[in-house]
Ligand binder design. Structure first.
Ligand code: AMP
Length: 419
């Protein structure tokens, strides 16, 4: 878990505004669920036999001996909130978005943290393929709004409870002769969840992936039709994708569409900026009425990383006016001037240090403030304020009634006309 300091937070602020803008344009409403949930919510939703539940959850007992977990993802929480909050009785689908920290006890490395942040959206209560397209479009729009380039959309269908069992068996039949050469984890997945074997990145296992049976050759007619309609929808919007039959979601409640956005510059397992898909079986797994849903979760940390590598970080805003009280009694004059500036929407910082004028001018320069206001003995005697244009070095003394006008002319803010 790491601190985000102000060399980074302006870039994060850019992502936050991209989230709000993207969600608003697509008609999604924000929800905020607790960072903590009952452990069984995630144990059911994320699933035993997955890395997240087996190794990565921050789980503890509270003072009432309840087992709680810091959320490793938010889809299960949103589904719970949808039923707890009676949203299943509202017109369907319900379109919601969220952002915030998620927690996974994973081995930290670049692009992988124990507290990381996601922007996500879910459309619950409707099984139309058009919603899958909407989700993909929205996640892509968020990346575009954030200024990320070099991304490919990977697309697959993982079928459903009708066609997947036969595919699972086909995978077992294929992998069985090679099992002794594959990693221990894959041997375990072979029993619980052979689809996830296709996800393994180990050099001992990847050579076997190329000739493995493909899910697209095992889809039942309704799944095939759904997938074709998603692809046609993307094509109609001009959204390019790569068919990736090895893109899988390990759990049974995931159905049909699965997608990920990969970044070309981030290495290996960390190249996924985010992903999503359909989870028509999730509500039932959680003990609710069967309810279809589709969603995505995009990782902000990796997007910030990609922006940094592309030299597209946002730097902090400079303070527009740096104010220096440099005479006995000047403090109150300067404080009032700063207040007037802020009241008019300009940013202002007062240097209270009492150091030499020269030292304080150097500080203003270092901060990059375009305008410095000085009140020394002369200004106190004359009842004026001195403003220095840091770019040209020119100084003028004005009465406080002309403060804003003069500051704006230094900042290059166009004057407001009388009309
Ligand atoms: P997932 O829910 O595992 O599909 O993750 C969705 C996205 O969240 C990933 O593509 C990453 O961008 C991000 N993400 C997941 N786990 C981490 C992590 N430990 N650190 C940073 N980002 C993560």
């Amino acid at each position: 878990m790491r601190d985000l300091l102000f060399d980074q937070t302006p870039t994060w602020a850019l992502l936050e505004s991209a989230s709000r803008l993207t969600a608003q344009r697509h008609g999604y409403q924000r929800v905020v669920t607790p960072l903590l949930e009952a452990t069984e919510l995630f144990a059911h939703a994320v699933g035993q036999g997955t890395d997240i539940v087996d190794k990565e959850m921050y789980t503890f007992t509270d003072r009432s001996d309840r087992s709680l977990t810091l959320r490793p993802e938010a889809t299960a929480s949103v589904m719970r909130a949808y039923f707890d909050g009676g949203l299943h009785q509202a017109p369907q689908p319900v379109r919601v978005w969220y952002e915030g920290p998620m927690f996974r006890y994973d081995r930290p490395q670049a692009g992988r943290y124990r507290q990381f942040f996601q922007f996500g959206a879910e459309a619950v209560g409707d099984a139309s393929p058009g919603l899958d397209v909407e989700m993909i479009e929205m996640a892509g729009d968020w990346l575009t709004a954030a200024g990320v380039e070099g991304v490919t959309l990977q697309l697959n269908s993982v079928g459903d409870e009708v066609c997947r069992p036969a595919y699972r068996e086909a995978l077992r039949d294929y992998f069985r002769p090679y099992l002794s050469e594959m990693c221990e984890e894959d041997r375990r997945r072979f029993e619980i969840n052979p689809l996830r074997m296709l996800d393994c990145k180990k050099p001992s296992c990847t050579p076997f992936h190329a000739s493995a049976p493909r899910i697209d050759e095992h889809l039942c007619d309704p799944c095939h039709d759904h997938h074709e309609r998603v692809k046609a929808g993307l094509a109609a919007l001009g959204i390019a994708h790569v068919d990736n039959p090895r893109l899988v979601r390990g759990l049974d409640y995931y159905t049909r569409t699965a997608f990920e956005f990969w970044h070309e510059d981030l290495e290996g397992a960390q190249n996924a900026l985010g992903g999503g898909g359909r989870y028509d079986g999730l509500a039932e797994v959680l003990g609710f009425d069967p309810t279809p849903g589709v969603g995505f979760a995009m990782g902000s940390d990796r997007v910030v990383l990609a922006l940094q590598r592309a030299g597209r970080e946002v730097s902090a805003d400079v303070v527009e006016v740096y104010l220096i009280p440099a005479a006995e009694g000047a403090d109150s004059v300067v404080l009032q001037a700063a207040r007037d500036l802020r009241g008019e929407g300009r940013s202002a910082v007062v240097d209270h240090s009492g150091r030499s004028l020269k030292a304080r001018m150097r500080r203003a320069q270092k901060l990059g403030s375009p305008c410095v206001l000085i009140v020394g003995d002369d200004e106190m005697a004359a009842g004026t304020l001195t403003l220095r244009d840091m770019a040209s070095g020119e100084q003028v003394s004005v009465p406080s009634s002309q403060l804003i006008e003069q500051v704006d002319s230094i900042l290059g803010v166009p004057a407001v006309t009388g009309e």
